[in-house]
Design a protein around this ligand. Structure first.
Ligand SMILES: [Zn+2]
Length: 448
């Protein structure tokens, strides 16, 4: 059996696993819960919460002991307000008690172990069961369908290597027939190889681009560089924060719309963009509490799972922050039909922040080099609060004027008191799987 056919069998098996009968059932349920008003959502959430709490009390050692210690009976936690009787937990709580968060009644063979990025801090381990995985795929599928994607041909550029890194001739991709998806390597997407990618895309004629914002940006730049026009019906982005400038650029080059998605390895909260451009907290995915963050107008997302019975997390602090549109308790109807709360902006993961001398988190840096000449790539590197090293890969003609403009832009978009050092480098190191990382921070999270 050749490599390709083995890969294809894997694709079909994976699809069967992720999109089985449970998936189809969830798709139906989620079509209804999408349009529930706040009272309806509350009923839905509280029913699932109570069921989950009873399961935790019975089968999950961490919660069983916690409830005993706090003298809480499962019936004491029925409403959303009751949830506050439980303490907040975070990555440290979970990773320090990993075995005790796992249900005694789970079946290993159907579980999936995910891990959080280890770029800073400790990598975490999170386990989901078959049901939770199907549920997750159904929630994402709802966004795709609402955006007009009913299983169209797509390419994915998700920061994966796909083919051996030593390979220097195309193909830099492989076809997943189960998803009608051409998976393209992010690692090999360079200026030299870019024309091969473009020709392949023209030949394959995908309608959908599924990518991280930074890789989508790189691909769009190459299309523009080669003067090639191409139109996608929709672009789906996730995994990194999407800056307005990057969004505008990708949408302009590919004459399309971006539907952004936010999630995390812990799977305690999800935010998706609807067909009316609005970011919505997916209220039927989990229970999301919003923790005000030191008066800077942001809220930390705190999530309680309703569907993952193998390793349930209740009141889990994501250390991800958002700006809300309107009041935290405001559920008003969007043109898409949903009453889900509206999010103005999602800030990046905590390792994607710059910390200003004033203690503000700056996640938006992609537009800082805009308008500065002779810059190919930049990376913001922070060791100490209030100081930043700007690593710059230049084309060799980077001048003193360019340097000054870059410093001024940084001060303007972070803080006038930021100490900025521009450092020319011959290469910007990629993260795991060749992924481009805009901000590298070695500052311990200020919330811990
Ligand atoms: Zn909407």
């Amino acid at each position: 059996m050749g490599m390709t056919s083995f890969f294809e069998i894997q694709c079909w098996l994976r699809k069967l696993y992720r999109r089985g009968t449970r998936f189809q059932q969830y798709v139906k349920v989620l079509a209804d819960t999408h349009d529930l008003d706040s009272a309806g959502l509350r009923v839905y959430q509280e029913k699932l919460l109570h069921k989950m709490v009873r399961h935790c009390n019975k089968n999950v050692p961490y919660y069983r002991d916690l409830f005993r210690e706090l003298k809480i009976r499962p019936d004491d936690i029925r409403t959303l307000q009751d949830l506050s009787k439980l303490p907040l937990i975070d990555k440290k709580t979970v990773q320090g008690n990993l075995d005790r968060f796992i249900s005694r009644r789970h079946y290993n063979f159907l579980c999936n172990v995910g891990s959080t990025s280890g770029s800073t801090g400790t990598p975490g381990k999170f386990i989901r069961d078959f049901d939770a995985i199907n549920f997750e795929h159904a929630v994402v599928w709802r966004q795709w369908q609402n955006a007009g994607d009913s299983g169209k041909k797509r390419i994915s550029l998700r920061g994966d290597i796909i083919v051996p890194s030593s390979q220097n001739e195309p193909p830099f991709w492989r076809y997943n027939p189960a998803n009608r998806e051409l998976q393209m390597s992010s690692y090999h997407l360079s200026l030299d190889n870019s024309i091969h990618y473009i020709r392949k895309i023209q030949d394959f004629q995908p309608k959908i681009l599924y990518c991280g914002p930074s890789m989508g940006h790189v691909l769009a730049k190459f299309f523009r560089h080669h003067g090639v026009n191409y139109r996608f019906d929709a672009v789906f982005t996730s995994s990194e924060s999407l800056e307005p400038e990057i969004r505008d650029y990708i949408e302009a080059v590919f004459q399309t719309r971006i539907y952004d998605w936010y999630g995390q390895a812990e799977r305690v909260a999800a935010i998706g963009q609807c067909q009316h451009h609005q970011y919505h907290i997916q209220e039927d995915y989990s229970i999301v509490e919003l923790l005000p963050n030191r008066g800077d107008g942001t809220y930390e997302l705190v999530g309680s799972q309703l569907h993952n019975y193998v390793m349930p997390l209740l009141r889990y602090r994501t250390q991800d922050f958002i700006y809300l549109k309107g009041d935290p308790a405001e559920f008003t109807r969007c043109a898409c039909g949903s009453y889900f709360r509206k999010v103005e902006k999602i800030l990046g993961r905590s390792y994607g922040y710059l910390l200003t001398p004033e203690g503000y988190h700056i996640a938006i840096t992609a537009h800082i080099p805009v308008g500065v000449d002779n810059v190919i790539e930049t990376q913001f590197y922070q060791e100490k609060q209030g100081e930043v090293v700007l690593k710059v890969l230049t084309n060799g003609s980077f001048s003193e004027v360019d340097r000054e403009r870059l410093v001024l832009n940084t001060l303007k978009h972070t803080s006038p008191h930021m100490k900025v050092l521009v450092q020319e480098v011959s290469e910007i190191e990629r993260g795991p799987n060749g992924k481009f990382i805009n901000i590298v921070s070695n500052i311990k999270n200020s919330l811990n």
